[in-house]
Design a protein around this ligand. Sequence first.
Ligand code: SAH
Length: 190
Amino acid sequence: MLAALKSTGATRVLDLGCGEGRLLQALLKEKQFSEIVGMDVSHRALAIAHDRLHYDRLPPVQKARLRFLHGSLIYRDQRFAGFDAAAVVEVIEHLDAARLAAFERVLFECLKPKHIVITTPNREYNVKWETLPAGKFRHRDHRFEWTRAEFQEWANRVAARFGYNDRFLPVGPEDAVVGSPTQIGIFERK
Ligand code: SAH
């Protein structure tokens, strides 16, 4: 994830649906990123991220690189326009069909960063977890979990519609049959 973002050469990055700030913490350690914005619809998640990164005690130089903004991925919001890259990590599977459609337009049509990195669970991998009953999702709040083919089909359609190229990477241990637990799509604006 971090490697994918670094390889885009981005310096100003968004973490959309940043949750409790795991990725933000990693981004802050990388000098490449001069402006980092964590956004989430959950005030609680933002408060946890804020504490986790000890935001109030960060040295001024570090603090100047990081901002938290409350917002939603399903509404157009110019505060998030003009960035080099956006990460959307384990978020899309929380959106129902109508919200996912709104999200596509907000991110790829309105904000349109040069690079977009999206991760989502690979449903095929679920059989590797003995504790997960067959046919069940990994989290109660997931609206869907896609196979690799389903994710790539969605990504290809979105990329074609909004003028991006896309490619895919596995994340985590890779199984010859079912792939890896998480799948990443990397989009680059043409
Ligand atoms: N990216 C984080 C969190 C993933 S959990 C990580 O990888 O750890 C999913 C997150 O998406 C939650 O924090 C949830 O509040 C956020 N989310 C769900 N719907 C959203 C929306 N419409 N806009 C912004 N964030 C949203």
